[in-house]
Design a protein around this ligand. Structure first.
Ligand code: GLA
Length: 732
């Protein structure tokens, strides 16, 4: 039954729809696939939005046509190419054997199928059964080169989400080069959008940035070989007055972890084009006769109720249909990580008391971070040598893991599988594994180098080494780190004319390696990391159900980082730790309670030396751990509502509501304290207006409608960085 996708033969209109959203396209003159509408569900369409015919100077017409009123340069399209009459940002650029970039795509055919095809070798959203989604494939063909672009659109029945990607097929007789291949394009007419993006830096990731779009091209992207701290692969297009609870919000998340480009162009007629795909910087993919190229996927959503709803749409889809790990629905363990506690200066004897204390405090997992392998006493050596450092673990790592397990804790271990140090056995034995351009000295970063992971041989070597550890030591969790960006890009096994494939092949290599662990070691919980949140993207979610959000563990800095992160990613995916004060990254002194309250936004952990804490702080950890265990099912998996944005004010507030609206946890944080401050209120959200809720701390009972419509006064606390948490439960 094709109930989610229909094709109107007469008007040549495709309509993808579910109960929330509609997406419409039409086949226009010149067999041009044109964009019609994306937004709130409409029941039908009666051709009233046929693009008006206007003679536009300097916007040419279809080849062979005398009609001056139709131009591919102004028509809203679904995919646009180099070498056609469209001067706006193209989705695809090719280099033909004759050296030209001509490519003129015409609609040829379509098919509709139940379910959703897997994207080979790439992370993607998936379906549980074929009934929950339908996929439309629209075939666009260039008649001369015989190059075919299959535009894939999957609409889910119960999620307001469309997944888009493109499969390019070379049906011609010659090789061609793909110089750009976006995963999707969409054109909007007569919209005065603002963009919301998530730029940042190391230890300062995903700061919400809102900008008006004027005529010209705006590119938000990464050329770092990773999705990056600097620009997360996400964009929202919103109206000027859209806020957390009202207004149109179109969200797009790229399910990819390498170089990306999000291009927004406002054209001469005030129309807005959005292209998302692999960044065309240093991208040049040789497509031989008969070969195919699958682009990564974009998941897109529309909310008529502002940003919170947009985020919830993403959270649900990413949690339910991108993450695969068996841990996706299990409460995540509270861990203690030794990184900020000891850095490289540890051995088994020094770690044991931390484990003992963790047990006493109710913590559930001990994570052994960087420095347990090779001869690594600092960050100058041993990456690539995944063998236990005997000096630190004279009895072997298994002995220490057993100790941790005997204390009733799980045991987690840090790896940085994509890297190599000059000072390593791996480099001595395989210098060619280090990614470099022959004849040139590669650039170090943190005195380390990248492995040429596009090569299977290199991946096999790392996999085999890691598996030896996993098979001999009882390991419950892996922290998969990546602590530099890519440079000196060159893949040893590729001929010169294919070197433009190296960036993408690198990330495909990473995916292959990660996939081996997710498939072969399904019981291991894998946490992603890249110098904190440098690869926090929807692609990684397919392999790592949780990711370390930032190396910045200061509670106040984390407010903005976590606020931004929550625009796209579910809170169960975001790990967050309580660390020492003054904070090691920015020196800020914050109260213990606030550090706990902020860390409880995500999966709570501790990153400090438990043995060096005051008795008072130890007691606080014990209480936090106990409290968190009581709320984490709700906070990790409930519906998140952002209430106050710390970027635009002196407070942050957010809350999480259980799916049955019976329970809610609200967190409020004040940044600076002021004398004679104005009184402020926080209005709650997402509760059932008809239910009554008890504040578990005070026993007071309030109506859901009162809490949402009238709100509650925020506490008056004359202390910087103060916070308060509320736990409400519905009562009969
Ligand atoms: C990165 C991570 C940290 C820690 C160090 C170890 O910076 O984000 O949490 O694991 O590496 O070198």
């Amino acid at each position: 039954m094709r109930d989610l996708i229909t094709f109107d033969e007469e008007n040549k209109v495709f309509h993808l729809h579910n109960k929330d959203i509609s997406y419409l396209m039409s086949i226009e003159d010149g067999k041009t696939l044109s964009h019609l509408y994306f937004g709130k569900r409409v029941n039908g369409y009666h051709n009233q939005l046929r693009y008006p015919r206007v003679d536009r100077g300097f916007s040419g017409n279809l080849p062979g046509s005398l009609d001056r009123t139709f131009s591919r340069d102004s028509l809203p399209k679904e995919y646009s190419t180099s070498g056609e009459m469209d001067y706006r940002t193209p989705s695809a650029i090719v280099r033909n054997p004759d050296g030209s970039n001509a490519l003129f795509l015409k609609y040829q055919d379509y098919s509709i199928a139940n379910g959703k095809p897997d994207l080979k070798n790439l992370p993607h959203s998936w379906v549980k059964d074929d009934n929950e989604a339908q996929t439309l494939t629209i075939k666009l063909v260039d008649e001369v080169s015989k190059l075919e672009f299959d535009l894939l659109y999957t609409i889910y029945r119960d999620y307001p989400i469309i997944a888009r990607s493109v499969l390019v097929k070379n049906n011609g007789d010659d090789s061609i080069y793909l110089e750009k291949a976006s995963s999707m394009q969409v054109d909007f007419v007569d919209r005065d959008f603002e963009t919301i993006t998530l730029p940042g830096a190391h230890a300062n990731e995903r700061h919400m940035q809102r900008q008006r779009i004027n005529q010209g091209v705006h590119v938000y992207g990464s050329r770092r070989g990773a999705s990056s701290h600097q620009m997360n692969p996400f964009i929202a297009l919103v109206d000027k007055d859209t806020d957390e609870f009202q207004g149109d919000a179109y969200g797009f998340a790229f399910v990819y972890s390498g170089n990306h480009a999000i291009e927004v162009e406002k054209d001469q007629f005030n129309q807005t084009r959005l292209n998302i795909g692999i960044n065309d910087y240093n991208f040049n993919w040789k497509l031989e006769k008969g070969a195919e190229f699958q682009t990564p996927e974009v998941i897109m959503t529309y909310s008529s109720k502002g940003l919170n709803k947009m985020s919830q749409n993403f959270h649900k889809l990413i949690h339910d249909r991108i993450i695969r790990s068996k841990y996706k629905d299990q409460v995540r363990p509270i861990l203690v990580n030794n990184w900020e506690a000891t850095y490289f200066d540890f051995n088994e004897e020094k770690l044991k008391p931390i484990v003992d204390d963790a047990k006493k405090l109710g913590i559930e997992m001990f994570v052994l971070d960087d420095g347990w392998f090779g001869h690594r006493d600092d960050d100058n050596s041993s990456l690539g040598d995944w063998k236990v450092f005997k000096k630190k673990f004279p009895n072997g790592l298994g002995h220490f893991a057993d100790y941790v397990h005997k204390q009733g804790l799980k045991f987690g271990l840090w790896f940085e599988p994509e890297m190599i140090s000059y000072d390593s056995d791996l480099y001595k034995n395989h210098p060619d594994y280090l990614m470099h351009v022959p004849g040139r000295k590669p650039s170090p970063s943190r005195n380390q180098y990248i492995l040429d992971l596009g090569r299977k041989e290199v991946r096999d070597n790392i996999y085999d080494q890691m598996v030896k550890i996993l098979d001999s030591v009882d390991i419950d969790y892996i922290k998969w780190d990546m602590n530099r960006h890519i440079s000196d890009v060159f893949e040893h096994d590729l001929p010169s004319e294919r070197q433009g494939e190296s960036y993408h092949r690198y990330i495909l290599g990473v995916y292959d390696l990660m996939n081996r662990f997710t498939i072969n070691y399904p019981n291991i919980l894998i946490e992603g990391c890249s110098g904190g949140g440098g690869r926090f993207d929807a692609g990684m979610a397919y392999y790592t159900p949780q990711i370390w959000a930032s190396d910045n563990s200061d509670a106040i800095a984390r407010l903005t980082i976590q606020y931004g992160t929550s625009l796209v990613y579910p809170q169960s995916m975001m790990t967050s730790h309580v660390s020492v004060s003054p904070n090691e990254q920015n020196g800020r002194i914050t109260p213990f309670d606030t550090r706990g309250a902020v860390a409880m936004w995500g999966d709570l952990g501790y990153e400090l030396d438990l043995t060096k804490m005051s008795e008072e702080d130890s007691q606080k950890v014990k209480e936090q751990v106990k409290d968190y265990k009581a709320i984490r099912q709700v906070t990790q998996y409930g519906d998140l509502y952002r209430l106050k944005n710390p970027k635009y004010g002196n407070q942050a507030a957010w809350m999480v509501v259980s799916p049955n609206q019976d329970e809610a946890v609200v967190t409020w944080v004040q940044i600076l304290s002021y004398a004679q401050n104005y009184l402020t209120k926080t209005k709650l959200a997402g509760l059932d207006p008809k239910k009554h809720y008890k504040d578990l701390a005070t026993g007071e009972i309030y109506g859901g409608d009162e809490l949402m419509e009238m709100g509650i006064y925020d506490p008056v606390i004359h202390k910087d960085f103060a916070s308060k948490m509320y736990h409400f439960k519905a009562v009969d």
